[in-house]
Design a protein around this ligand. Structure first.
Ligand code: DAT
Ligand code: MG
Length: 148
């Protein structure tokens, strides 16, 4: 089954949005396969955002991600990468639809509360980076009530 890496950024943790965000993925029917609160250092954050290293906002982005603990998660389910991005909303909260996490809880692009993998392959890479210890092996007993 498809997996994605979801991270609640330091602003989401500080603002007490952890429960609300987890709840949205849970209620949708996705399965939580990995979860930890972790503060990462600069080299780690630079690795996570390596694809953006040439961007003018890269340093500010890295500063933001290392500014406090984040909640790193792995979520699993059919089309979870694409659907997860829809639940999160557009990168710039000014353009995120109401009802999405960024649309409901964020204003500035540099404080947009949450990260989600943009493709299955980048998800695989991000899960390997953030969960080198591996993730839980379990299957929800709700499976037949969520999938036909
Ligand atoms: P996303 O997080 O929606 O996948 P991204 O991968 O393009 O977006 O960028 C990663 C983060 O970098 C994004 O969540 C916020 C920040 N960012 C992106 N574009 C930006 C910009 N033009 N100005 C400031 N920060 C930006
Ligand atoms: Mg991205």
């Amino acid at each position: 089954m498809e997996q994605t890496f979801i991270m609640i950024k330091p602003d989401g943790v500080q603002r007490g949005l952890v429960g609300e965000i987890i709840s949205r993925f849970e209620k949708k029917g996705f399965t939580l396969k990995g979860l930890k609160l972790i503060t990462v250092d600069r080299p780690f954050a630079e690795k996570h955002y390596a694809d953006l290293s040439a961007k003018p906002f890269f340093n500010g982005l890295v500063e933001y991600i290392i500014s406090g603990p984040v909640v790193a998660m792995v979520w699993e389910g059919k089309n979870v990468v694409t659907t997860g991005r829809k639940i999160i909303g557009a990168t710039n909260p000014a353009e995120s639809a109401p009802g999405t996490i960024r649309g409901d809880y964020a204003i500035d692009i540099g404080r947009n509360v949450i990260h989600g993998s943009d493709a299955v392959e980048s998800g695989r890479k991000e899960i390997a980076l953030w969960f080198p210890e591996g993730i839980a092996e379990w299957r929800s007993s709700l499976h037949p009530w969520i999938y036909e």
